[in-house]
Ligand binder design. Structure first.
Ligand code: SAM
Length: 316
């Protein structure tokens, strides 16, 4: 239907608008260590927990089988296996970091997948993805799911980027299809900022595995409220943007997407840890050991809850 050849297209010319060059360079430079290498990460417990969260989202909201998936900001393709488990038939991954896209494509080639995979290096927040997708991958109602994991917040640099992002998300998603994602919890970030002592000049909080640093104490509108984020062995001091939830939800509604799920990561664990579908996965994915003890220390556990997950259903 889509042709069985892996399609990989590199953008010969990448136009960076705003801060994306810093973001793309950062992710391009991160080494691919493979599954074995990953075990040596000082935050391996947190990485496994984040993977479990994504599996929960996919388990809850993926089309039952034969689904078609668009993954924006797909990175190195870390979710390819999770989507394989969901028995999809088509996966299209797009990311601004060319090196990551190459790694995603080669991971796909190695995995002996049962679905078609297409990979593109492209900035999904500045231009329509119709510029890069072949016609058969940009048909109306084509996708059952659009997923954006740990990346949507980069779009909230400006109104125009956030709009371009949501336009790209919604345009080819079918009615009844689900858009799912994970982002930092703005309410939590801003309440931690507000809780800093008045004479604090650094505007920084965190612990041994992460920090968040704001440049201004004042809450700054709904777009462009920048902070710097650092997470050991994952994100090295990259500019990110607060996602004002009310504004995001209103924006999504304009594009035919209504909220069906919104939860901080800690609450997801609380709610799902004993369910038949996701409880056993905690052990299988190494989030807990055979005695049920967490693979995360206190600091990783605190870092985990910076994030929240969401899902929207397309209603028109
Ligand atoms: N979704 C992947 C995952 O869960 O493993 C990768 C997450 S990584 C923290 C964030 C990703 O967002 C990076 O791969 C980065 O290159 C991508 N990204 C940032 N800005 C982007 C943009 N404008 N267009 C496409 N991808 C972007």
């Amino acid at each position: 239907e889509y042709g069985h050849d892996l399609q990989r297209r590199k953008v010969s010319e990448t136009h960076y608008v705003g801060n994306v060059a810093a973001v793309a360079n950062h992710y391009n430079a991160r080494p691919e260590v493979g599954v074995e290498g990953r075990e040596f990460s000082p935050i391996i417990g947190l990485k496994k927990f984040n993977n479990w969260i994504k599996s929960v989202l996919i388990g809850k909201f993926a089309h039952r089988s034969q689904g078609r998936v668009l993954d924006l900001g797909c990175g190195k393709g870390g979710d390819l296996n999770k989507w394989k488990q969901a028995r999809i038939r088509l996966y299209v991954g797009i990311d601004i970091a060319e090196t990551s896209i190459e790694q995603a494509a080669s991971r796909y080639q190695r995995m002996r997948s049962s679905f078609d995979g297409y990979f593109y290096a492209y900035d999904c927040f500045s231009k329509p993805i119709s510029n890069i997708l072949p016609e058969q991958l940009q048909m109306k109602d084509l996708y059952d799911n659009v997923t954006m994991q740990f990346c949507m917040h980069y779009a909230f640099e400006s109104a125009s980027k956030a709009r371009m992002m949501i336009e790209n998300v919604s345009r080819y998603l079918r009615r009844g299809g689900v858009f799912m994602g994970t982002i930092p919890n703005a309410e939590l970030l801003l309440s931690r900022l507000d809780a800093l002592p008045e004479d604090d000049q650094e505007l920084r909080f965190g612990n041994s595995c992460y920090f968040v640093q704001f440049t201004e104490r004042k809450h700054k509108g709904i777009y462009g409220h920048q902070y710097r984020f650092f997470l050991t062995d994952a994100v090295e001091d990259v500019p990110e943007y607060v996602v004002d939830w009310e504004n995001f939800e209103a924006l999504a509604l304009e594009y035919g997407l209504k909220l069906v799920y919104k939860k901080p990561f800690h609450d997801i664990l609380q709610e799902e840890k004993e369910t038949r579908d996701f409880g056993p996965l905690l052990g299988k994915m190494g989030v807990v050991n055979e005695y049920g003890e967490s693979a995360m220390d206190e600091d990783q556990w605190e870092a985990a809850n910076i994030y929240m997950a969401f899902a929207f259903e397309k209603f028109r």
